[in-house]
Write a protein that binds this ligand. Sequence first.
Ligand code: HEC
Length: 419
Amino acid sequence: MPHRCLPTKQDLARVFLIIFASVALVATGCGSDDQTDNDESANANVEENAGHGDDVGVDDAGGDNTGEVEDTGNGDQDDVGVDDVGPEDVGDDDVGVDAGDDAGLTCDEGLLACGEECVDTDDDNLHCGECFNACDGDLQCFDGACGCDGELEVCSDNQCVDTSSNFDHCGECDEPCEGTQVCNDSTCQDDCDSGLEECSGACVDTDTSDDHCGDCGEACDGDLQCSGGSCGCESGLDVCNENQCVDFMNDDDHCGECGEACDGDLQCSDGSCECADGLDVCNENQCVDFMNDDDHCGDCNESCDGAGETCVDGQCEGGSDETSFADDVVPIFSACTGCHGGSGGLTLSSDPYGNLVDVEAGCDGNTRVIPGDPDESYLVRKLEGGPDICGGQMPQGGTLPSEDIDTIRQWIDEGALDN
Ligand code: HEC
């Protein structure tokens, strides 16, 4: 550890970070030091690490801090904070795992029930590899293990560090540069190579550095990446919500443009919300198969609602056949024959067919039943109470249930057959 008498800006920044991190860990009680040694096997083997691996990490952190801590006089607090966290955490983890096992939640394939939620332990930072195994610090969950992204290395305090240009971890973790040196391509030296810019002791290419894009400290956040000195999305992707990179061609939340979400059954395809191949859109966002959808048979909202009907090749089939005069219509006339046994000019008690179909009504210019034309058939108009009828609505003193009128209409519509 180099000895420095005055704290530099970096020192102060680091001390603040450490204090903040410690406070946050203690406050939430959920920071786990299990992965402090951070190789991929650490997670596979949490039991072993609990209580042992921890200590290594904690000591590391403490040792690392000591140099700066002496400068500022805050060392004791830091150490206490860090030490406190370890044991508490192990307890939390155990409780968490139990809760996960007990939850009666059913999750989709590939997901695990952790407490009240279903998670993918492959990439869930709070449940990495197993329930309630949270990734600490900068670490993220990759394939069920907490680690750092890409080329970054895990240094003490679960920091993800680019050791090629980090003043405190130059070349490798915990190898700080001294004084006014800079970390250039993993080596401490006096100045940055040409083409690189010094940002707080790190030599970076501001054309491509995500942390110093275009200028020191100008970090690209969210999905954005630094290219040519400005933060943007990979080619082919567009920026939505300031820092999200999306593919307008197939993003269900941003289809064709930012914020255009495909709702219901619709999915984004080539930049527009559509139904999967072979399906049609009904009611704005439903995707249906006209060939076999009982509610949309052959067309939207054409339902097969007859008893026993189903949609086959776009047609409703299998229900009751065409209306039968003898079986469906004549029984309705039982409500009429009390009067129409001979009175009222209409006889329905015998040969109802012969007395109705193509027979002129007593009311001039009307025909009782015109095959194929229920609206013009006088029988229907008498039953419905209009239009243009002589006398009153039938049956006198009441009305027929509408299903019965529908049956008579249907029979006439189908050609008023004597069937
Ligand atoms: C309470 C007695 C009564 C009942 C029940 C009754 N009708 Fe009538 N119906 C009459 C009378 C009376 C007339 C003649 C006066 C008129 O047209 O309103 C008549 C006329 C008609 C006419 C017109 C005939 C024509 O050629 O002008 C039709 C059609 C008719 N009834 C159908 C029916 C049907 C169908 C029912 C049963 C659902 C029925 N009626 C029940 C008494 C009745």
